[in-house]
Design a protein around this ligand. Structure first.
Ligand SMILES: [Zn+2]
Length: 325
């Protein structure tokens, strides 16, 4: 009896109170307590007919990065378990309170950036509790993990894919291969403590974070950037039918250099995303109300402008832009 149960559970894909038998797809909402209040997390469990890896896809860790959320919704709605080898778990909106609030960068429950608190803490603040639940119940099931992002409501960006070198050669080579297969031209190596893909890489799960879209707009092209990448990755992993994806040319950027504001004021960028810049170049300035320059943003290296904050309003310590070099 015990053997049969173990065999059964091996074929069933489960997360929390939801499960999908082999060859089936389940959409549902897992409910758990965050700060003693019910927290509702929507997800698809797609359990294929054939053997294969488990791919976990999350979006909405930053809940106003709409192209990434639209892409995750499309994947969850459309993926057919009948033509899937392996398993796919899709969480289209991890930070549900931030989605409703149209919150920039942070979870309104605790004011923290959720992508700085992974793998989370069951006894921490709200974002840490959510990260802990997602990491233990979902991400830890992954053979491969993709976290979808984009520019936030006040950020413009050129698409790029981020990976992390954890020091585990096998994991790091697999993460870099995932990034290349995903098909976005710019690949960025970054260590961002507490981020989803870094925490997963440290836990031995090959992972990438893909960035496309921004400024609250989800164009078909930006959504397709994410959905095409997922499709290419699943074909590469032989999870769905189709030829191995054709190779794309990539530019690997080893450094992800963020510039931040030292003042509260008005932000005047002097460059655009995807611009090639030189070390020492003036990239823009922060002015006060009268127009006095409070700070000049100087490029720390020769590189590519990957994202720019497009908001005129800037607070002290806000990001201004990032250069990949
Ligand atoms: Zn993000």
């Amino acid at each position: 009896m015990e053997d049969i149960e173990q065999h059964m559970s091996k074929d069933v894909l489960s997360v929390g109170t939801l499960s999908a038998p082999q060859g089936q797809k389940r959409y549902g909402v897992n409910e758990f307590l965050v700060d003693r209040q019910p927290y509702r997390l929507p997800m698809w469990l797609i359990n294929g007919v054939g053997e294969g890896p488990t791919l976990v896809v999350t979006a909405g860790v930053h809940a106003a990065e709409y192209a990434s959320i639209a892409a995750a919704l499309e994947l969850g709605r459309s993926l057919d378990p009948g033509s899937l080898s392996g398993r796919v778990i899709v969480l289209p909106i991890v930070d549900m309170p931030a989605f409703g609030a149209r919150s920039i960068y942070i979870c309104p429950l605790d004011g923290k950036n959720p992508n700085r608190v992974f793998p989370g803490n069951a006894h921490g603040s709200a974002s840490e509790q959510i990260a802990d639940w997602v990491f233990r119940n979902v991400i830890s099931q992954a053979t491969y993990y993709v976290d979808l992002h984009g520019g936030d409501l006040i950020e413009a960006l050129v698409p790029f894919t981020i990976f992390f070198r954890s020091g585990n050669k096998h994991v790091d080579e697999a993460s870099l291969e995932m990034a290349r297969v995903f098909g976005i031209h710019f690949l960025v190596c970054s260590e961002t403590p507490g981020s989803t893909f870094c925490a997963a890489s440290v836990a031995g799960i090959p992972s990438i974070l893909a960035e496309a879209g921004g400024q609250g707009i989800w164009t078909a092209e930006d959504v397709r950037c994410h959905t095409d990448g997922l499709n290419r990755l699943m074909r590469h992993l032989k999870m769905i039918p189709g030829n191995a994806p054709e190779a794309t040319t990539c530019t690997l950027l080893e450094r992800f250099l963020w510039l931040r504001s030292e003042h509260e004021g008005f932000w005047y960028p002097a460059i655009a995303v995807n611009d090639r810049v030189k070390a020492g170049q003036n990239l823009g300035c922060i002015k006060d109300c009268e127009g006095h320059v409070l700070q000049t943003a100087i490029s720390p290296a020769d590189g590519i402008v990957l994202f720019i904050v497009s908001s005129l309003a800037i607070n002290r310590s806000d990001p201004l832009l990032a250069v990949g070099a």
